[in-house]
Design a protein around this ligand. Structure first.
Ligand code: PT1
Length: 260
């Protein structure tokens, strides 16, 4: 899953692809490099990011999704928590919802059920503004699992078929380095849900906390974490650097599955 941030303030590439033309060019590049899905997001959710109004989010993402749809059949996922954005994006051809708030906003679960598209439910402790202040867990893997189990139940009750649910432990969302490492070691325990597992670790600060690297120096750490995630059973990797990440996770996957 290639990341397409249409935001002026995302953590690693904020502003780089803010104009629809630049965003479209970057989407093209990621498709050529082998991305299977393009994840379009108009609201940054990195630590400290602010919430934006629905109109602004629509103004950012809709022209970009339209432009991608006009020239490619690549599946587009919409990275949003707002039901209005979900409806508009799917209405013009987005085929998946990626919600870091796991459909907890008012009306979001009902909207996803109405739209009947795959939805990624992600775990976060707190909200983007405050989540990194003092994250605390007695047992991070068990607590992430409990949260996801509860959200899966809620979404199914709202009318979203289980077959449309993807899960994500939310690396960097209300987690210390030790929590992120424990989640990666215990990632295979999330396979118990028998749902596809999505992982986003690309360029995240957990790499800086291990190696003290700037955001533009985190490629090798990112692909290492991505291959561990695939080795542990992840089936979708959300990444900025598609060509490098794809090569790494393909060999990881082939070793894991004895495939070729
Ligand atoms: C993710 C994800 C996402 N991450 C899904 N969607 C972001 N499903 C946006 C840092 O510590 O993992 N899964 N959408 C980006 N969020 C962050 C979080 C960016 C933490 C950076 C950090 O540096």
């Amino acid at each position: 899953m290639g990341i397409l941030n249409v935001t002026p303030d995302s953590f690693s590439d904020g502003g780089d692809f803010f104009s629809p033309e630049k965003a479209l060019n970057h989407a093209r590049e990621m498709v050529e490099e082998g991305a299977a899905i393009i994840d379009v997001g108009g609201e940054s959710t990195r630590p400290g990011a602010a919430i934006i109004p629905v109109d602004e989010e629509l103004d950012r993402v809709i022209p970009v999704i339209e432009a991608i749809r006009a020239e490619s059949d690549i599946p587009v996922s919409i990275d949003t928590s707002k039901p209005e954005v979900m409806r508009a994006a799917v209405g013009i051809g987005a085929s998946m919802i990626n919600d870091v708030r796991a459909l907890q906003e008012a009306g979001a679960a009902e909207m996803a059920a109405e739209l009947q598209v795959p939805v990624c439910l992600m775990h976060m402790q707190g909200g983007p503004q405050t989540m990194q202040l003092e994250p605390q867990y007695a047992d991070v893997v068990s607590q992430v699992k409990d949260f996801l189990r509860q959200r899966i139940g809620h979404c199914i009750a709202a009318g979203l078929p289980r077959e449309l649910i993807v899960i994500d432990p939310g690396f960097g969302f209300g987690k210390t380095l030790a929590h992120n490492q424990a989640l990666l070691r215990g990632l295979d325990r999330l396979l118990e849900f028998e749902l596809p597992l999505l992982v986003g670790v690309s360029r995240k600060s957990m790499i800086a906390h291990m190696l003290d690297l700037q955001v533009d120096e985190r490629l090798y750490g990112s692909i290492s974490l991505a291959s561990i995630a695939v080795w542990q059973g992840a089936s979708i990797i959300r990444a900025h650097d598609v060509a490098a990440t794809l090569q790494a996770i393909q060999v990881s996957y082939m070793c894991r599955t004895k495939g070729n």
